[in-house]
Design a protein around this ligand. Structure first.
Ligand SMILES: [Fe+2]
Length: 347
């Protein structure tokens, strides 16, 4: 499998193939209903606006594994691979997010199921979930996530704020059982895969006190398997998931496991963006997904062209010789960028 290398603006090498989600092309809604007690409890909070000084309780992770440490030096877009869980949101913030997730408008239109994820809520958007949206768009949260990622990041697009994976004990015994033998503990909740987007932040919105397991298993560059602890209530893990082969291991015990997944891309338009839509097409509002994807990718292209024009105008003023190979490389990279959009925007 070809692995990408870092280039300034480029998409010059093939990123890892995506091996999940492709089978779910058509949107499917979950048939299992969520317990009413869970919904009622989540809704019974007084609504607040997002306030970073109250709701962000960030502490730098105790440990961040580098790509070099896991044998993937030079792959991806940042030297940082994955963090240990770190405090990010206060308990009040978690309650506000849960109230939005289990609100009527969200449950009416944002629930999906696929082979890959049994019950997920996606595309809540700023209207249905203003607290969650404002949290993930706030400079305070973004600077903290960027600090852990080792590079400046922004959410990939609005529709990826956020994805919430839900496992309920009595509905899905294969995901959350009370049996916690070590053999059971190592069972995967998801297959091995690379994510669709460069970085992911997984935030836990459930109390994990009575849970075991729930780690993320990674495949290192030498093929060994390494386990990283999963997040507990309010804490988060940041991972360069597009470039690391990984799987979530089953969590055992506890009544529910609700995790929020927010996906990120580089803030700089000059860095490569190897996002794909393979894993999310079947669990998204496709017209919205395609529109937001098209907009942000064209914005990137616009900024790259502006930057290239500036360089070219300056070169002429300075009287330097036209650099044919440099301009050709730029054009080739943009052609690959547009070709990958053609691959993603399928009927
Ligand atoms: Fe993943």
């Amino acid at each position: 499998m070809a692995i990408a290398t870092i280039t300034a603006t480029g998409v010059s090498s093939q990123p890892p193939a995506i091996n999940h989600g492709a089978v779910t092309q058509k949107v499917t809604r979950p048939t299992i209903k969520l317990p009413q007690s869970l919904i009622d409890e989540a809704r019974a909070v007084e609504k607040e606006s997002f306030n970073p000084s109250k709701h962000v309780v960030f502490q730098h992770p105790k440990r961040i594994y580098s790509m070099e440490e896991i044998g993937l030096e030079g792959h991806g877009i940042s030297p940082n691979a994955v963090s240990e869980p770190f405090p990010l949101f206060s308990q009040d913030a978690v309650k506000q997010m849960r109230a939005e997730i289990f609100s009527e408008p969200v449950l009416d239109s944002c629930q999906y199921t696929s082979v890959f994820v049994k019950h997920t809520i996606r595309g809540m958007g700023p209207k249905r979930a203003p607290f969650t949206y404002n949290a993930w768009r706030s400079p305070e949260v973004l600077s903290r996530i960027s600090e852990v990622a080792g590079m400046e990041l922004v959410p990939v697009m609005d529709t990826e704020i956020a994805a919430i994976n839900i496992a309920i004990n009595n509905q899905n015994p294969s995901v959350a059982q009370t049996n916690d033998s070590s053999k059971e503990n190592d069972l995967p909740a998801f297959a091995w895969h690379y994510d669709s987007y460069p970085f992911v932040c997984v935030t836990m919105l459930s109390d994990c006190n009575h849970m075991t397991g729930g780690e993320t298993a990674l495949k290192t560059g030498t093929g060994e398997i390494m386990k990283v602890r999963g997040p507990a209530m309010g804490t988060a893990v940041v991972m360069q998931g597009r470039y690391i082969n990984h799987q979530a291991l089953k969590a055992l015990g506890g009544q529910e496991r609700i995790s929020m997944i927010t996906s990120f891309r580089p803030k700089s338009p000059l860095l490569k963006d190897e996002s794909v839509l393979t894993g999310v097409r079947g669990i998204s509002n496709v017209p919205e997904l395609y529109s937001q994807y098209t907009q942000y990718r064209l914005e990137i292209l616009e900024e790259r062209i502006k930057d290239r024009l500036k360089t070219e105008r300056y070169r002429e003023l300075a009287g330097w010789t036209f650099n044919i190979s440099e301009v050709r490389q730029f054009l080739n990279e943009q052609m690959e960028f547009l070709e990958s959009m053609l691959n993603e925007l399928v009927e």
